[in-house]
Design a protein around this ligand. Structure first.
Ligand SMILES: *[C@@H]1O[C@H](CO)[C@@H](O)[C@H](O)[C@H]1NC(C)=O
Length: 157
């Protein structure tokens, strides 16, 4: 009899979790949703909106190779692509005001405790005066973006 009561208790708790959505695994989300605001270790921010396989947004950089290289507001439009799946791969690029450009490739991962992170490698191409300057005109690095929230959706301004 006691075991029956215990069994019914487990079933009812299980059903309650299903119907109220209180299951902690469900709360974490089962798919990365990159739409929203991201911030990297340098304080640069990235607003993304995904639309099918396409990514659009605005990048606000916290760093520059030289003063003014990224423009007055240090902001530029983001254009990119994103794969399907729970932890999609991404590739996106930015053209800076003074002629340099950046690309990032990476993947969105769900964190065990909830939340999501975008792990990327980037390349930054500065415009060289001539082929003589070509050899040293590309920088490479690593960026990790943490999801900050569903901020106002990027509108390209
Ligand atoms: C992703 O998040 C955005 C912003 O909250 C929301 O509008 C959109 O429906 C979400 N997409 C999916 C597939 O859940």
């Amino acid at each position: 009899m006691e075991s029956l009561v215990l069994c019914l208790w487990f079933i009812s708790v299980g059903l309650a979790q299903m119907f109220t959505g209180q299951d902690p695994l469900a709360k974490q989300g089962t798919h990365c949703n990159v739409t929203g605001q991201w911030k990297n270790e340098l304080g640069s921010t990235l607003q993304l909106t995904s639309n099918g396989p396409e990514l659009r947004g605005v990048y606000h950089t916290a760093v520059e190779t030289e003063c003014g290289a990224s423009g007055q507001n240090r902001e530029a439009r983001v254009v990119g692509v994103i794969s399907e799946g729970p932890q999609p791969t991404v590739a996106f690029s930015v053209q800076w005001l003074k002629g340099s450009c950046s690309v990032w490739v990476g993947q969105c991962f769900l964190l065990p405790g909830g939340g999501q992170v975008l792990k990327t490698l980037w390349m930054l191409r500065s415009a060289a005066e001539s082929t003589a300057g070509n050899w040293g005109s590309t920088r490479l690095g690593e960026d990790q973006f943490v999801f900050v929230g569903k901020a106002e959706v990027a509108d390209g301004h």
